[in-house]
Design a protein around this ligand. Structure first.
Ligand SMILES: [Zn+2]
Length: 271
């Protein structure tokens, strides 16, 4: 039977490890959600941009059509004027008057030709713009389809993880109660500073599970004894235990550790 102190340290480490596992699971849930909402927002932004462009193009076409109508109306005016001038020509009193009216008719004819030319030019612009509108519309159709899918995906993921999240949060409450305040403070600080969110790790294959620096065999033995809380010398993470390695690996690690210390000793002597 272990002494009371030993049991306490072991329990503290167990509680910390449990808390770490819960927090890592919560981190994963956030990570999965973190991507999708962003993708949905990006798509919504893109669609809004396409809709703005579509509206702009459509108003340009409207504008072109107004211009075409204006030219058609001015052509009708010219036709009326020409008819009026032709009537006047019947009643002229001399050649000078006849020539003057002929000039007016000629002028209105020119106006009509110019109007026809402009109408043709604008018709081409309308055709091109309608092509662009078609492109934007098919793009919009595709993006909307993507958005629909992503939104559904997100809904499913949120629905799926919501249950897990609730359970984890409940478990977390329990784990927090089982954790000493002082340890919780260092745990929180370590987690805030660690990019992978790991504050409590196991020693695995002779290395710290957080930063993968090797942990000397004697230290591993101390960690296994659980008489005190031991942190990684390199990253400061709490080492909660040692996962049982294969017998071959222990030998290999030992050899390497010995070589490293031998090299360090040689270097110290050289200096
Ligand atoms: Zn470490």
């Amino acid at each position: 039977m272990a002494t009371a102190t030993e049991t306490t340290i072991a329990q503290k480490l167990e509680a910390l490890m449990k808390l770490q596992n819960i927090d890592s699971a919560l981190d994963n849930i956030k990570k999965v959600r973190g991507d999708l909402p962003e993708e949905v927002r990006d798509l919504e932004d893109e669609i809004a941009g396409l809709e703005t462009r579509l509206a702009k193009f459509q108003s340009e076409v409207e504008n072109f059509n107004t211009q075409i109508n204006n030219y058609r109306n001015s052509k009708k005016d010219s036709e009326k004027l020409i008819a009026k001038y032709k009537e006047q020509q019947m009643n002229v009193r001399n050649n000078r008057e006849f020539d003057a009216v002929s000039k007016e008719i000629e002028l209105q004819g020119l106006e009509m030709e110019i109007a026809d030319k402009r109408i043709k030019e604008i018709d081409i612009k309308v055709l091109n713009k309608n092509d662009e509108i078609g492109g934007v519309e098919s793009n919009l159709f595709e993006r909307n389809k993507d958005l629909e899918l992503k939104k559904k995906e997100l809904e499913v993921i949120i629905a799926e993880s919501e249950e897990d999240e609730q359970k984890l949060l409940k478990d977390r409450e329990k784990a927090l109660k089982a954790t000493e305040e002082r340890l919780l403070k260092s745990y929180t600080k370590l987690r805030d500073n660690a990019r992978n969110g790991l504050a409590v790790v196991m020693v695995s294959r002779g290395a710290c599970g957080g930063c993968f620096s090797s942990v000397p065999p004697q230290r591993q033995t101390d960690i296994k004894d659980k008489k005190k809380i031991i942190v990684c010398e390199h990253c400061g993470r709490i080492l909660a235990g040692v996962t049982d390695p294969q017998p071959g690996e222990v030998k290999e690690k030992k050899t390497r550790a010995t070589k490293v210390s031998a090299a360090a000793a040689a270097a110290a002597t050289a200096e």
